[in-house]
Design a protein around this ligand. Structure first.
Ligand code: ATP
Ligand code: MG
Ligand code: MG
Ligand code: MG
Length: 466
């Protein structure tokens, strides 16, 4: 089954179960300052779960575009390292707003996977929350699922969209990609490897966590599920890695053609294929590269992609040329990609041309520093200089460091930053430390969003001619 056919089969299955098909919402969440980017299908229904936004339906289904690059769910550092994480992906979901609960949610999921998709049941594994005997009993008694393939976990089986908001215990379904892939079943020490891959999360929404950490019951127990389209496509196409599915192969081949790269399994090609999706969709949703907030996350992703192209020997702008194959692959489901193709290309090309001015020089500085390196840490003043003078976001330098088994001296970097700050304050100007706002470790705190910086409309970009 092709990826587009799986998306349609899912939505169709749930429509037949009286779910209303709802379009994907924007990657830029509406009216939600707690959220950097849309990170799950339930985001657009947050207020409905809370009882504040009644809808004309109690069951819904969607295929939601998501970006997990910053905020509570951040997978930027996983891209290129796992078979299953993207910065941009589509989340298939079915939702119940005070209508059905655990039993039906589990039955629907089981029927879709083993009925519609005809997956072999013996390849599936299940997890439930440590406290949730009810869910385990449904799996065993209603479905006939073997108890020995059910694990009871704590953190992984409690889902929350952010530090506040709707949350609850969940039950997850995993697919065993087979003994030739390293990794252990959920709950075992090496369950983070890619043999047993989580495909579907069934969240039993019961609480609203408030800013003080209190868990207040929702008006009615509800259901929110999320299944990664690319992960289930890998299963259906009998490949292990998401990057081997039809959609990604098209993008990887296009990138390989542009960069004259022969090895289609090259990690940099995978990173580029991943990043073109998040970057193109973010621009389509009105985010432009900038120095703050969402715009700076976009800039970081674009520059990472460009650096990977540079590593493969790119001598001229290439990244923007991948918008066309992407629109070819996803334009039927997302017509805005086709409609805005020229604007997206222009935004990406502009950023690419700008970074090209400093990338080679920055790499030279870095290589020189690495030649003289005593230990395993890239000195903080080098990291700072790359950031400040050559436009290398810290996570980009870190990406290079990680490839070579090195670390960054972040304390030294912070000191260099502080020194620069006090110098410029003396001079009367103040430079924002964007890397303070967007911490490397993934625990980004996004403190609000200023629409005059970093983000505008694509039309404004064209008018400015920037
Ligand atoms: P993982 O443990 O693999 O990081 P998760 O538990 O963080 O996944 P959820 O928040 O439960 O993921 O999201 C629901 C589903 O969305 C997952 O079961 C998976 O199929 C898919 N998914 C989550 N993150 C990604 C990603 N970065 N790229 C592709 N698919 C994803
Ligand atoms: Mg995750
Ligand atoms: Mg998980
Ligand atoms: Mg999960």
């Amino acid at each position: 089954m092709k990826t587009v056919e799986i998306r349609e089969a899912f939505l169709d299955f749930f429509e037949k179960q009286q779910h209303t098909r709802v379009a994907s919402s924007s990657l830029v969440p509406a009216n939600d300052p707690t959220l950097l980017f849309t990170n799950a299908g339930m985001n657009q229904f947050k207020d409905t779960f809370l009882g504040n936004d009644p809808r004309p339906y109690v069951r819904a289904t969607s295929s939601q575009r998501c970006v997990r690059a910053g905020g509570k769910h951040n997978d930027l550092e996983n891209v290129g390292y796992t078979a299953r994480h993207h910065t941009f992906f589509e989340m298939l979901g079915n939702f119940s707003f005070g209508d059905y609960f655990k039993k039906e949610a589990i039955q629907f999921a089981w029927n879709f996977l083993t009925g519609t998709l005809a997956l072999p049941p013996e390849r599936l594994w299940v997890t439930c929350h440590v406290s949730d005997d009810e869910a385990e009993e449904i799996w065993v008694n209603e479905i006939g699922f073997p108890r020995e393939r059910i694990s009871r976990l704590e953190e992984d089986n409690f889902w929350q969209m952010g530090d506040t908001g709707p949350c609850g215990p969940c039950s997850e379904i995993f697919y065993d990609h087979g003994p030739e892939v390293p990794g252990g079943p959920p709950g075992s020490p090496d369950d983070d490897l890619d043999r047993y891959i989580e495909i579907w999360n069934l969240v039993f929404m019961q609480y609203n966590r408030d800013a003080d950490g209190n868990m207040n019951p929702l008006p009615a127990p509800s259901v929110d599920t999320g299944m990664g389209l690319e992960r289930i496509a890998a299963v259906m196409q009998h490949v292990h890695s998401n990057y081997e599915i039809d959609l990604f192969q098209t993008l990887i081949q296009a990138a390989a053609g542009l960069l004259d790269a022969a090895d289609l399994e090259n990690k940099s090609l995978r990173v580029i294929a991943d990043h073109i999706r998040s970057c193109a969709f973010l621009v389509a949703d009105g985010v432009l590269p900038g120095n703050e907030g969402r715009g700076y996350v976009l800039r970081r992703i674009i520059r990472r992609a460009i650096r990977h192209g540079n590593k493969l020997g790119a001598s001229e702008p290439f990244f923007y040329k991948l918008v066309a194959p992407l629109a070819g692959e996803m334009g039927a489901a997302y017509p805005e990609l086709v409609k805005l193709q020229p604007q997206i290309e222009k935004a990406l090309l502009t950023e690419e041309e700008q970074f090209a001015k400093t990338l080679d020089k920055g790499m030279l500085i870095l290589e020189e520093a690495l030649d003289g390196l005593g230990g395993e840490e890239i000195p903080g003043d080098v990291v700072f200089k790359l950031y400040d003078t050559y436009g290398f976001p810290v996570d980009l330098t870190n990406d290079i460091a990680r490839e070579r088994g090195l670390r960054l001296d972040m304390a030294g970097y912070d000191a260099a930053m502080a020194e620069q700050r006090s110098r410029s304050q003396e001079g009367g100007s103040f430079k924002v430390d964007y890397n303070d706002i967007l911490k490397l470790d993934g625990h980004t705190e996004f403190t609000g969003y200023d629409s005059t910086h970093g983000e505008g409309t694509v039309t404004a970009l064209l008018q400015d001619g920037k």
